[in-house]
Design a protein around this ligand. Structure first.
Ligand code: PLP
Length: 394
């Protein structure tokens, strides 16, 4: 019910709306990905790297002072403790193994904030593969430390110079590259977005998060099933991974949080579910923010990783079917939640992850509830925003 059909549709969402010249590439990926992902050799190599390179399993930590504050049981799934500081490596490890098995030597990716670019450059260095990352010129200036990381890792960062010079423009450049280099190149997408089979493939690679939550919760409290799973949603990959193995367990309430920026009515927002409507972005049918002419509008959020005008098609389907609930969270709310976690638990979260934590005061938990919140990444990269907002230099 929550898996895509043969053509990649989750209900009415998803599919593969791509230029004709990309059809052979997508067809080849479609033909191979499931068989490779499910093969014993892939599973062995993937899990070995997850364990010994990424540092998995990531802990499921009982946040006791946070639990006391909200009078319930709050567990943090610590994706921030992965190598490179977020869940993104789970996906890039999987796709780089897939690329190798398909005989591809050249890896391309696009990145907005640079986090996916760094995770891609990391696994390319690990595997000795050529890496080209497209990034909007504006983003390159805003995210200079990540550009430097990618270069240190041996990747070539190519500026996208069209449009607003942000993520959408970088995506166009990457697609153009893929059309021009169909046989030797693997396009490594960073979230549960893009044409089929990417959303399904990335969800499967991030599903390790919910697989571990089940095992860890069973061990700690004697049940596999929490009452709530809460995760932030940019494109939706850490949320998809956190939800994946609970989709058929109707008693588990799934909550996604999207970035409202300055507020859902402010015009400065990235809440594509609260503010968007249905259209096509990045090769797939989903909710996105567009103007009356169908032009995609520039999103805004303080959190660079949630600053995306669309949402993965799985989430659009989960929203419409009522299986998951999505709540908007403003910049301000996320900053306060980041400070709260830091002061109560000694964990500085990424601003993206703080969007998940920010719904805790809005919920009505019972004292016996088991609540899992995915901390998708660590906050080091966001210290500049924290320094400014909390006046930490005075
Ligand atoms: C990229 C990123 C996100 C948003 O991406 P999803 O695909 O929605 O998970 C969230 N948190 C962190 C730390 C990120 O780096």
């Amino acid at each position: 019910m929550f898996h895509p059909n043969e053509k990649g549709f989750y209900g009415q969402y998803g599919g593969a709306y791509i230029p004709e010249m990309l059809i052979p590439n997508i067809e080849e990926l479609k033909k191979n990905y499931l068989e490779i992902l499910e093969s014993e050799t892939f599973q062995k190599e993937y899990h070995l790297l997850l364990n010994d390179y990424a540092g998995r399993p990531s802990p499921l930590f009982k946040a006791q002072r946070l639990s006391d504050k909200y009078n319930t049981n709050i567990w943090l799934k610590r994706e921030d403790l992965n190598h490179t500081g977020s869940h993104k490596l789970n996906n890039t490890i999987g796709q780089i193994l897939l690329a190798k098995k398909m005989g591809r030597q050249r890896i391309i990716a696009e990145t907005g904030a640079g986090q996916h670019g760094v995770a891609t450059a990391t696994v390319c260095a690990l595997m000795g593969l050529q890496c080209i990352v497209y990034m909007g010129q504006t983003d390159m200036e805003r995210q200079a430390p990540n550009v430097a990381r990618m270069r240190m890792l041996g990747a070539e960062v190519r500026p996208a110079l069209s449009g607003n010079r942000t993520l959408k423009d970088a995506t166009n450049e990457a697609l153009r590259d893929w059309i021009a280099n169909p046989t030797d190149t693997f396009y490594l997408i960073g979230s549960v977005v893009g044409p089929h089979p990417y959303p399904d493939m990335v969800a499967r690679l991030q599903a390790i998060i919910s697989l571990e939550i089940k095992q860890q919760l069973k061990q700690k409290v004697g049940t596999e099933l929490p009452d709530y799973v809460i995760a932030c949603v940019g494109g939706g990959s850490n949320a998809a991974g956190s939800f994946y193995h609970f989709l058929e367990d109707a008693s588990v309430r799934l909550i996604g949080t999207e970035a409202a920026g300055l507020g859902v009515d402010s015009g400065e927002t990235a809440a594509s579910m609260a503010c968007g409507d249905i259209g096509i972005i990045h090769g797939s049918m989903t909710y996105l923010m567009q103007n009356e002419d169908g032009q995609i509008t520039e999103p805004y959020s303080i959190s660079a990783g949630l600053d995306y005008p669309g949402i993965g098609p799985l989430h659009a389907h989960l929203k419409d079917s009522g299986r998951a609930t999505y709540m908007p969270v403003t910049d301000e709310e996320s900053l306060q939640a980041a400070l709260e976690l830091t002061r109560l638990e000694g964990i500085i979260p990424a601003l993206e992850s703080a969007h998940a934590l920010a719904v805790l005061p809005k919920m009505n938990f019972k004292p016996g509830d088991q609540v899992v919140v995915t901390v998708s990444g660590r906050g080091d990269k966001d210290m500049k925003a924290y320094m400014e907002y909390f006046k930490l230099t005075e």
